[in-house]
Design a protein around this ligand. Structure first.
Ligand SMILES: [Zn+2]
Length: 108
């Protein structure tokens, strides 16, 4: 892993909780770019963040078949209980995908 993050509160390193999560970057008109990235977590305080983005997005909104492709990849991630995170310009009130997957992971 070429990057490293440390939690200043717990004084320990973040670890990769899930590799290759799907990040859907949103614009005013809807999905803009779709990325693969990692979900990192502090083992002490359980704070999470998304980092380790790929250099290029998987796909961008102007590419042919984008909407259909996005629906398929979202279904695939859901079916495999993998995390999907939306990336908005402004803070949103909830993170339903992360919460949902936490429950799923705890059970498994
Ligand atoms: Zn911490």
């Amino acid at each position: 892993m070429p990057y490293k993050f440390v939690c200043p509160e717990c004084q320990s390193e973040y670890h990769v909780k899930e590799q290759g999560i799907l990040v859907i970057e949103m614009a005013s008109f809807g999905p803009y770019k779709v990325w693969e990235a990692d979900l990192l977590e502090c083992r002490g305080c359980n704070k999470t963040f998304v980092g380790g983005f790929a250099e290029q997005p998987l796909m961008e909104h102007y590419e042919k078949g984008f909407d259909e492709w996005l629906e398929l990849i979202k279904k695939s991630y859901d079916a495999n209980h993998r995390t999907i995170v939306y990336d908005y310009e402004r803070p949103q009130k909830s993170t339903p995908n992360i919460e949902q997957n936490k429950e799923t992971l705890d059970v498994g």
